[in-house]
Design a protein around this ligand. Structure first.
Ligand SMILES: Cc1cc2nc3c(=O)[nH]c(=O)nc-3n(C[C@H](O)[C@H](O)[C@H](O)COP(=O)(O)OP(=O)(O)OC[C@H]3O[C@@H](n4cnc5c(N)ncnc54)[C@H](O)[C@@H]3O)c2cc1C
Length: 277
């Protein structure tokens, strides 16, 4: 064990390129990617993680690039939470909310975008935001490059293993985010993101099915086809509450999470309606 941290002995290969990392994963099926380690190290100390072999990708420079144009963002998997949120806060309001209210400096200067997405779970605030922005993930695998939408990736884990290289998504000035959280952990009981543009609406929640985030297409269609009046905002919130199937656990009941999702969506849409008027 490694000192007080109670970390078991682990075997780490340090990759200098994406190719090297992919080869290390292909050579040994038990090896997993290690990025900033905020989740991996925590779950090793609690005993939750059984893996003992890793490939460290943090030296790979091409995974640290962040390119922003007028309409698109292309972010490397090693871009940190703080980097992405601070660089995009002025253009995408959802990132400003995340930066101001929900990202703790101790984690956000290390935690990576790639690590968040690969966890595929409700604790990751960036997931609902990126779902509404139609994010696509690009992986390098043994069989070459693979591209998959974030929504598709969350619905079903791909059969191939690889290194997530980058994430591309729309730059939208209309994308809003908020969450309800409990205690010191900042993990959401429910988080909601909405991108309400003209003829194009994205709505996503942290707990779409149980603890899996996802988009809510029925609410998106409703908002695309109806003006943003107070009556329709009320209806959209109620629709969202009924459309999702969140986990029922010690932190909150499924009923409470459904209600919270509806209220959060209504608040975000009222804010958006204020901009439109
Ligand atoms: C104390 C604490 C507070 C937190 N608070 C928040 C919060 O307020 N909001 C929030 O959204 N999140 C929060 N988180 C979660 C945090 O966002 C994630 O733990 C982090 O983003 C994971 O990134 P990482 O680089 O540390 O990943 P790691 O821990 O290194 O890896 C996580 C998983 O992703 C895989 N992986 C990582 N990168 C790649 C890649 N490029 N290709 C393939 N697989 C990869 C790893 O194999 C592993 O399974 C918190 C975490 C902690 C520990």
């Amino acid at each position: 064990m490694l000192g007080y941290l109670n970390i078991p002995r682990i075997d780490v290969v340090v990759a200098e390129s994406v190719d090297e990392a992919v080869k290390a994963l292909a050579k040994d099926r038990e090896r997993e990617v290690l990025a900033a380690g905020t989740e991996v190290i925590t779950s090793l100390t609690t005993g939750e993680k059984r893996a003992r072999k890793f490939v460290d990708i943090t030296r790979i420079e091409e995974l640290k690039q962040l390119t922003v144009t007028d309409s698109m963002v292309d972010a490397g998997a090693l871009v940190t939470h703080h980097q992405i949120a601070s660089q995009l806060a002025k253009q995408i309001p959802a990132f400003d909310t995340f930066l101001q209210n929900y990202s703790s400096p101790a984690v956000s200067y290390r935690a990576t975008l790639g690590g968040s997405l690969m966890l595929r779970r409700a604790t990751e605030d960036l997931i609902p935001i990126l779902l509404t922005l139609d994010a696509d993930l690009v992986f390098e695998t043994e069989d070459g490059e693979k591209r998959i939408s974030l929504q598709g990736f969350l619905r079903e884990e791909p059969s191939w293993r690889g290194v997530l290289k980058r994430v591309s998504f729309r730059l939208s000035r209309k994308c809003l985010f908020d969450k309800l959280w409990l205690g010191v952990s900042r993990f959401p009981l429910m988080a909601v993101a909405v991108d309400h543009g003209v003829g194009n609406v994205g709505v996503a929640v942290s707990h779409r099915d149980f603890e899996r985030p996802g988009r809510v297409f029925s609410v998106e269609r409703f908002l695309e086809n109806n003006p943003l009046t107070s009556e329709n905002i009320e209806k959209a919130g109620d629709m969202l509450s009924r459309a999702i199937n969140p986990v029922d656990d010690v932190l909150a009941s499924a009923w409470y999470r459904r209600k919270a999702a509806g209220v959060l969506l209504k608040r975000l849409l009222l804010r958006r309606a204020g901009d439109v008027m």
